[in-house]
Write a protein that binds this ligand. Structure first.
Ligand SMILES: NC(=O)C1=CN([C@@H]2O[C@H](COP(=O)(O)OP(=O)(O)OC[C@H]3O[C@@H](n4cnc5c(N)ncnc54)[C@H](OP(=O)(O)O)[C@@H]3O)[C@@H](O)[C@H]2O)C=CC1
Ligand SMILES: Nc1nc(=O)c2c([nH]1)NC[C@@H]1CN(c3ccc(C(=O)N[C@@H](CCC(=O)O)C(=O)O)cc3)C=[N+]21
Ligand SMILES: [Mg+2]
Length: 292
């Protein structure tokens, strides 16, 4: 058997189209164009690609894009001062501070400075708390994208599925586990201290890998017919000094066993950007018409 390839690129295009329609409707009704500010500290090459893609697609969706590239030695105080200016800027409805931040900056303090109404990454305690409580708020983008892709493979009803999430970060692992739980999946969360990871994987109908270790999940760890959502974005060296992007799943092996699988690139990555644009419109709508 060979897995269905879940076309994240095409699905993301549809989601971006919906965001563009909502942005145009908001601007027509209120004169307000949704604006997204992205803050990048230092020059991590993978982050720079992400920031460039985001800026291009934000403008293509009819929204305003503001990029702030700060030197790697920027102080925490200066970064927080920028976040506070963006909080107060009426042209900015969404703020994304690219992680990871350089080691001398406490990312918790930076995230706490972001106005929860503009927190399109869903990282602030206010939004993370609402997610735990099941009370709306801005939901992290990559986890939203994972759910949309899983539903493309399995249909809208995920109830009763065994789901395994590898990784427990605030940005991906924890929120994707909460969203799967809200879909009535039976969720297991694995991490670096998990015993017999392969055994846990073999029970999963839905396997989400968000680890950051190139091709760690092997083909024979996958339950035949399972849906595999590969969040990992790992740049590995190739012959000739070039680099190549691979996920956390050994794709060629896994596609022989899985029922459906997301490729890297072209899977979860484009969905993250599409959901970021959706969150930016959602944030703008709430800021323009509070309580609506
Ligand atoms: N496609 C996209 O849009 C996005 C992709 N990413 C990518 O997803 C990956 C994960 O990102 P992120 O969550 O931020 O990463 P983090 O480094 O914050 O978290 C990694 C998680 O993986 C766990 N882990 C590490 N090693 C193992 C192991 N050997 N076995 C089991 N679990 C392990 C860690 O466990 P512990 O908690 O015990 O340390 C941790 O919970 C990265 O490759 C990143 O680039 C991230 C965001 C968006
Ligand atoms: N505060 C914060 N929020 C994030 O959501 C966040 C972050 N920090 N730090 C870094 C990770 C990584 N991440 C990616 C998103 C999209 C692609 C993406 O668009 N990938 C495409 C293109 C890759 C390419 O151009 O080669 C693909 O996979 O097809 C990649 C990586 C978001 N992250
Ligand atoms: Mg992280």
């Amino acid at each position: 058997m060979s897995a269905t390839i879940i076309d994240g690129k095409a699905i993301a295009e549809t989601v971006r189209g919906e965001a563009a329609d909502r942005a145009a409707a908001l601007e027509a009704a209120t004169g307000v164009k949704p604006g997204l500010a992205v803050v990048l500290v230092g020059n991590d090459p993978a982050s720079e690609v992400y920031v460039r893609n985001k800026a291009r697609l934000t403008v293509a969706a009819g929204m305003a894009s503001f990029e702030h590239k700060l030197r790697a030695n920027t102080s925490e105080a200066d970064l927080i001062a920028l976040v506070e200016r963006l909080n107060a800027d009426p042209l900015v409805h969404g703020i994304l501070v690219q992680m990871p931040l350089p080691g001398h900056i406490d990312s918790d303090r930076v995230v706490l400075a972001i106005d929860p109404a503009k927190d399109v990454d869903g990282l602030t305690p206010a939004n993370a708390g609402r997610l735990v409580l099941g009370r709306g708020g801005l939901v992290p983008c990559t986890p939203q994208g994972c759910i949309i892709l899983a539903k493309h493979a399995l249909g809208p009803d995920l109830a009763g599925k065994e789901a395994l999430v590898i990784g427990r970060s605030i940005l991906v692992g924890k929120p994707v586990a909460l969203l799967l739980q809200a879909e009535s999946c039976t969720v297991t969360m694995a991490h670096s201290k998990t015993h017999d990871l392969a055994g846990h994987c073999r029970r999963a109908d839905i396997l989400v890998a968000a680890v950051g270790r190139p091709e760690m999940v092997k083909g024979d760890w996958i339950k035949p017919g399972a849906v595999v959502i590969d969040v990992g974005i790992n740049r590995i060296a190739q012959e000739g000094g070039k680099t190549r992007l691979v996920g956390d799943v050994a794709y060629e092996e896994a596609r022989e066993v899985a029922g459906a699988i997301t490729p890297v690139p072209g899977g979860v990555g484009p969905m993250t950007i599409a959901c970021l644009l959706q969150n930016t419109v959602t944030a703008a709508e709430a800021q323009v018409r509070p309580g609506a």
